[in-house]
Design a protein around this ligand. Sequence first.
Ligand code: KG4
Ligand code: ZN
Length: 332
Amino acid sequence: MKILAIESSCDETAAAVFEDEILLSNIIASQEVHIEYGGVVPELASRAHIAKISAIVGKALKSAHCTVEDIDAVAATYGPGLAGSLIVGVTFAKGLALAHNLPFLGINHIEGHIFSASIENSELRPPFLALVISGGHSLLVLVQGVGTYQILGTTIDDAAGEAYDKVAKIIGLPYPGGPNIDNLASQGDESFVKFPVARIKNQPYCFSFSGLKTAVLYKYRSLSEAEQNTHRADIAACFQKAVIDAICPKITAAMQEFNLEKMVMVGGVARNSALRATMKELSVKQRFQLFVPAGIFCTDNAAMIGKVAQLRFANGEKSELDLSVSPNLSID
Ligand code: KG4
Ligand code: ZN
């Protein structure tokens, strides 16, 4: 079965083709129009999706060596995300489904991130723990099956990627901040300053990154311009250490409490090199299997949407063509 999947929930216009468990193509166009604003501008994002979607879908089909006539089903992200962006992908997918009499399926973006870990590991099966850390989300999810999710914790303020992007801005690095902090931190001294790691009373699996961001702001402002330049990498390294220190104990506790043997770390922040290395060490120490997708499958992509579509179409599911986008869609 060949599935064409479309992702347009934020600022990536993406399309992919799966044939059963094999990913035939995966095309992503990142929108550069937002760089000068230091963050995603929703109106510009939807316009850019409209301008690009047809060409991106065409490229995905071409690179999979097929035409739309070879496609058996169409899927698109219908939430959560920016309404104007979601509408472009969903409407395009529905149009194709209607014109070519194909089944259509709306897919949850977060569920896509969770199963991005099985794009390269089709043998991966629930139960497992999922740490979803991206620009818009920080979630710890108990995955019991496809469609059976228990959110153990979420962020009470900023998402992890949002904290990276805001801290980057504070210390004068360009958007998106995550990769820039990652690079700079590798040259910094983690012991330069100790930033606070938030623990939330009675919510052991919830995250909070806003206090950390403020602590970075105050520390950075307390330095002279010369000190800021000398210690920029140190601040990046200390911030990153605090993020990792906030995440790791929650993983250890959840794996033990729910008696799990496998976990996945997914979403844009899962690209972070220090976090990947620390989680690998933790998995060895705590004796669990860790699945982290290749970088290209961590940030928003359509292959992850195709992966969930493949699992759900196999269960006989399909959506009606009047399915609306759902900007605040949850997974539980
Ligand atoms: O999953 P994603 O592409 O979009 C959302 O669904 O939000 O994640 C984007 C986020 C951005 O905040 C970006 O700064 C962060 O992922 N990110 C990173 C790295 N690469 C991307 N954060 C830390 N280290 C990285 N190497
Ligand atoms: Zn995402």
